[in-house]
Ligand binder design. Structure first.
Ligand SMILES: Cc1cc2nc3c(=O)[nH]c(=O)nc-3n(C[C@H](O)[C@H](O)[C@H](O)COP(=O)(O)O)c2cc1C
Length: 227
């Protein structure tokens, strides 16, 4: 049985394009794979806390030696990690904010990329001491931006710190396979935006069928090099 983690980061509620895309994707995926277990994480409704000094100290303390306060400081991280660990498929809807990911999504990333849970750290590995623990997950990334031209070789590619940042983090999130559908031109509200929305809307059911038909192996904890 597939476990699907349905995540949204947009703060725009019913007006959100990315929330509509994730809803559509999950609906179509469930039609293809009815036994799927769906976990829900709404990062706007319940923003993850920011990490702080207590969090860092606790995460680097051996679990057997943690005080009750330390255990408490990692409670939110544990909850988010428990969901991530069991998920085979992450469906993430997120806007671009200021050419990067929304703060709530970054807060989630900081909570779940944690020593001993998502990576191990060993200086014996030389210049790349971090090694991911998770593997074999699929990511369906459904994004929207107000402007356009953020793809490789396009006019704003140098301003894109959004899906490019997520791509760097994927090794630590255990992502083996990524699918990305992007809406652009939202701020222009013109024909180009309408065409972009129509294309994304058409792509989502096809993607749901594809994702439901393909299961990457849950293995391959390859060494991960930071760029
Ligand atoms: C705070 C904020 C910052 C934004 N920054 C950017 C940006 O840097 N580049 C861009 O193309 N669009 C930017 N946008 C536009 C959003 O990416 C766009 O409205 C998108 O459709 C929002 O996703 P949603 O419809 O799911 O809420 C920004 C919007 C907000 C509210």
């Amino acid at each position: 049985m597939t476990t699907l983690l349905h995540m949204d980061a947009s703060v725009r509620g019913e007006r959100s394009l990315t929330r509509r895309l994730t809803r559509d994707f999950v609906e179509h995926f469930l039609a293809e794979a009815p036994g799927t277990r769906v976990l829900r994480r709404d990062l706007a409704a319940t923003p993850p806390p920011f990490v702080d000094q207590d969090w860092i100290t606790s995460s680097f303390t051996d679990p057997a030696d943690r005080t009750p306060d330390m255990v408490r400081s990692l409670a939110a991280s544990d909850e988010l990690l428990n969901e991530l660990e069991v998920a085979d498929l992450l469906v993430l809807g997120t806007p671009m904010y200021n050419y990067g990911m929304p703060a709530r999504l970054k807060a989630w990333v900081d909570q779940v990329i944690r020593v001993g849970r998502t990576f191990t750290f060993d200086l014996a590995r030389g210049d790349y001491p971090l090694k991911p623990v998770l593997a074999g997950k699929k990511l369906v990334l459904l994004t929207s931006s107000g402007e356009f031209g953020f793809g490789p070789g396009e006019e704003r590619s140098g301003m894109n710190h959004f899906d490019t940042h997520l791509a760097v983090l994927e090794g630590y999130l255990g992502i083996a396979e990524r699918y990305h559908v992007a809406v652009e031109y939202q701020e222009f509200g013109d024909n180009r935006h309408a065409a972009s929305v129509a294309e994304a809307t058409r792509a989502v059911p096809l993607l749901a069928r594809l994702a439901a038909s393909f299961s990457p192996p849950r293995s391959g904890d390859a060494d991960h090099k930071r760029p």
